[in-house]
Design a protein. Structure first.
Lengths: 374, 134
């Protein structure tokens, strides 16, 4: 089967190491995962995220509808504000995580994972029953580029008509970039300050606007980054990867996502099940592990306490910023205590690790968007 | 992406991209330039154990990049007499010098004559790599 191309495909094949990522031809790296990772923590990197799902949700009952499918409080948003949340099934299993941005009282932009594009659109559509809303899948007609890192605003400002710093965290606003009308949201998936730029009216078959902005960002000093660095950056930030750390068999409470679930809302998909889950308490929770010996923990490896198997790693790998090996795993509640010792089975070896804080793994005074600016 | 894959003459190769190089009464083993280029950015090496008895084709360690794990299959049968401990702190030596500083272990072979019949010389290995390119 031929791979689907994104807006930035032409650049990927010329400069990157391209693989099949959920049916899309995407770069794992251009120069290498480690230099790309470091560029984002220290300066500015850019990612093609045009494979993600983008849907305009419009109509007089759009707030009511989104408050029904999304766990977070959509009605609290004012124009230009966005919020991260999850969509749950009636049994509280997670359909996907997503961000919804309010453009106006009757128009929202909904952004979700690339791997779930077909599933999520069908899920949203099915749930529109009884609501006066209209969904329009913009994914193939809108480019998307993430500009991330402590120097993201500085680099983006070089090619923007107005100062992107006017856009606050989790806000979205029109921004003219390279002379092209775009939308810029101050969000991302790296833990760093940065923007997710949406480039409307740019069909994937003829993506000249997106390619121009991409190339201008490279010229302005941003480092092109592939999916490898995207994964290592989000892991260091303790951000959930759908399909690894959360899926339809996990609920937001055990995943550490209770903060995006607003139980005070009168009703939303999964609320009833979540009430039961919260009342009973969850038997397991997502924890962070850092290895104290050499080795690389990976998805699927088992976690032990002595002879007893206590869980499985959902995401793991090297953390270039920390010069350490880190992982996320679902473990019984008694293992959430920071400093507690566990072992990870790597091939035939039992490798010592300990529980550490994981959202994020790094020191927030030194790294990430909250860092102290020098 | 990969410019020119280096295949060193005088070495014997497996289809899994390990190499064996006779050196007096011992044989040095490691992974090929093709293997390191495929893995890219090697960040961890699990070395075989010193004094271990190993068999040709047996998984005796692993080479890992940020993204992937590749088992290291012994190209020969024998006893490990030395391992390249320097790789624990500098695994990237396999990327920069796979046939030199990136060697993995030194083995006292016990069945070299039989082992070598199952390995490829440089010419054959070059042909093998050519079949893998798309």
């Amino acid at each position: 089967m031929e791979l689907r191309k994104t807006h930035i495909y032409q650049y990927h094949v010329e400069h990157g190491n391209v693989v099949d990522f959920g049916g899309f031809a995407m770069p794992v790296w251009y120069e290498g995962i480690i230099p790309e990772h470091k560029a984002v923590r220290e300066a500015c990197g850019i990612f093609d995220t045009s494979h993600m799902g983008r849907v305009y949700t419009e109509g007089p009952e759009v707030v009511k509808f989104l408050d029904y499918v999304d766990s977070n409080d959509v009605s609290a948003l004012t124009d230009g504000k966005g919020v991260y949340g999850v969509m749950c099934k009636p049994d509280a299993g997670i359909v996907d995580d997503l961000i919804v941005y309010r453009r106006s009282a009757e128009k929202f932009l909904v952004v979700y994972n690339a791997g779930n594009r077909a599933k999520d659109f069908a899920w949203l559509l099915k749930n529109t029953k009884g609501f006066k809303v209209k969904l329009t899948d913009m994914s193939d007609n809108m480019g998307m580029i993430a500009v991330q890192g402590p120097k993201a605003a500085e680099i983006l400002s070089k090619i923007s008509e107005t100062d992107p710093n006017a856009i606050e965290r989790f806000n979205i606003a029109p921004l003219k970039i390279s002379g092209i009308d775009c939308l810029a949201a101050r969000t991302g998936y790296t833990g760093e300050d940065g923007f997710e730029v949406f480039i409307p009216d740019d069909p994937v078959s003829e993506p000249s606007k997106s390619l121009k902005i991409w190339n201008d960002l490279v010229s302005a000093g941003a480092k092109p980054c592939g999916l490898g660095a995207r994964d290592s950056l989000r892991l260091e930030a303790g951000l959930w990867l759908y399909g690894n750390d959360i899926d339809e068999s996990t609920n937001p409470v055990e995943a550490g996502l209770k903060w995006v679930v607003k139980m005070k809302k009168p009703y939303f998909n999964g609320k009833k099940s979540l009430e039961g889950i919260i009342e009973k308490g969850v038997p397991r929770t997502l924890v962070g592990i850092m290895l104290m010996e050499r080795g690389i923990p990976r998805h699927g490896y088992e976690v032990y306490d002595g002879e007893k198997k206590i869980g499985v790693i959902t995401s793991g790998g090297v953390a270039p910023t920390l010069d350490a090996s880190i992982a996320l795993a679902y473990l019984p509640l008694e293992y959430k205590e920071i400093g507690k010792e566990v072992q990870v089975k790597i091939r035939s070896n039992m490798v010592k690790g300990k529980i550490v804080k994981h959202h994020p793994f790094y020191d927030e005074s030194k790294y990430g968007w909250k860092r102290v600016k020098v | 992406m990969t410019d020119e894959v280096k295949v060193e003459n005088g070495l014997f190769y497996t289809s899994e991209h390990e190499w064996a190089k006779p050196s007096g009464e011992f044989v040095i083993i490691g992974v090929s330039d093709y293997a390191q280029a495929q893995l890219h950015e090697i960040v961890y090496v699990e070395l075989p154990k010193k004094d271990a008895s190993i068999a040709q084709g047996e998984a005796i360690g692993a080479v890992e990049s940020v993204k992937a794990v590749s088992d290291f299959y012994s190209p020969i049968t024998g006893t490990v007499v030395e391992v390249n401990d320097a790789l624990l702190d500098s695994p990237e030596k396999i990327n920069s010098d796979p046939y030199g500083e990136g060697w993995i272990a030194k083995v006292k072979p016990s069945n070299w004559e039989a082992n070598v019949t199952k390995l490829m010389d440089a010419e054959k290995y070059k042909q093998h790599i050519a079949t893998l390119k798309h």
